[in-house]
Design a protein around this ligand. Structure first.
Ligand SMILES: NC(=O)c1ccc[n+]([C@@H]2O[C@H](COP(=O)([O-])OP(=O)(O)OC[C@H]3O[C@@H](n4cnc5c(N)ncnc54)[C@H](OP(=O)(O)O)[C@@H]3O)[C@@H](O)[C@H]2O)c1
Length: 316
């Protein structure tokens, strides 16, 4: 039995789909407050559901019973309920999960982390590093993933390809290895099913490092439209990081500041042991722009649901 913590999230849902496709028994941790459609989708996949909140240790201990491996993708940054915070979920909640896994004798622990930039410190990245240290005595794999294209190149974060407007943090000249969450899921699967990367920190990015301006150019080429670009100066993000009182606000400013520094990852060595066919930004752009381009050329078609485009980009 494999436990997925964060199963209703973007990455967690994909991990559950892939594990079920591999014929694995999956226990999905969901909350009473989780979106019922997402919970239902997990049920339809054939996942066993365990009700649990990372802030509730007895529920988490119960969820870990009889589990051979777990993957934790949970985070309070985007999906929050009252009482959820970086401290209570990303730090204490994940540390509690590591303790529960240890007590229950869970053999593999795959943890979704974020890239480390020692020059930018903020509560989320500090929480991720603390959990990485706490699982060091387990048979762990830490996946330090770069920026998800489905999140950072989406209208939700100001990359509004629907209205041809792009928000860029910093100068836009530092390359980033944008990665698809679907590809990150493949690394989780390899780590948990094939024990590849046991006791390892895996740095995971996409197939090429592109600057934000190069990404805009790709979207312009694929849509045949010019984008209006707004840049958020690095100094403004530093100021936000220093002046924010709340750990979430600080973390948002911190992660955006980290983006301004770029994040290029050479994937060649990792791909030798875990051969994943990585999605390029151009493939992603084609996928999300396709219904829009199609609608532009066929104005009589009904309008596309924005969330549909965001939530289900396919690799094909
Ligand atoms: N976005 C990026 O660019 C990026 C890059 C690198 C790494 N990451 C990491 O990748 C992971 C997955 O990201 P994602 O986009 O899939 O996140 P997401 O869609 O926001 O999903 C977060 C998940 O965490 C669950 N959760 C939140 N608080 C919880 C709590 N108190 N108890 C139990 N579950 C809780 C949510 O459950 P509910 O549905 O019940 O709220 C949801 O299932 C995160 O750890 C993130 O830090 C993200």
């Amino acid at each position: 039995m494999i436990l997925v913590v964060g199963a209703t999230g973007l990455l967690g849902t994909r991990v559950c789909e892939r594990l079920r496709a591999e014929g694995q028994s999956v226990r999905a941790l969901v909350r009473r407050t989780s979106n019922p459609d997402k919970v239902n989708a997990l049920k339809l996949l054939g996942c066993e559901l365990a009700i649990g909140d990372l802030k509730d240790p007895p529920q988490i201990e119960a969820a870990c019973e009889g589990v051979s491996a777990l993957i934790s993708t949970a985070s309070s940054t985007l999906s929050r309920q009252p009482g959820d915070s970086i401290e209570s979920v990303d730090l204490q909640g994940q540390l509690g999960l590591a303790n529960a896994a240890r007590s229950a004798g869970v053999r593999r622990f795959v943890f979704l982390s974020f890239r480390d930039d020692p020059t930018v410190q903020y509560p989320l990245t500090q929480a991720k590093r603390s959990v990485e240290r706490a699982i060091a005595d387990l048979d762990f794999t830490t996946i330090q993933a770069s920026y998800f294209m489905e999140v950072w190149l989406s209208p939700a974060l100001g990359f509004d390809y629907i209205h041809k407007r792009a928000r860029i943090y910093g100068s836009g000249s530092k390359p980033i290895s944008w990665v698809s969450h679907r590809d990150v899921a493949e690394f989780c699967i390899a780590a948990v099913l094939r024990s590849i990367a046991s006791r390892t920190v895996l740095e995971v990015g996409g197939p090429e490092a592109l600057t934000p301006f190069e990404v805009v150019r790709i979207f312009e080429e694929e849509s045949g439209r010019r984008f209006e670009v707004e840049t958020i100066p690095e100094a403004k993000l530093s100021e936000q990081l220093n002046s924010a009182n709340d750990s979430l606000e600080k973390s948002f400013a911190g992660v955006m500041l980290q983006y301004t520094h770029g994040d290029a990852i050479d994937m060649r060595r990792v791909l030798e042991s875990i051969p994943v066919c990585l999605t390029s930004v151009r493939e992603y752009a084609r996928t999300v722009l396709k219904p829009l381009n199609h609608r532009r050329l066929s104005p009589s078609l009904p309008s596309t649901n924005r969330l549909d485009i965001l939530e289900r980009p396919s690799q094909n």
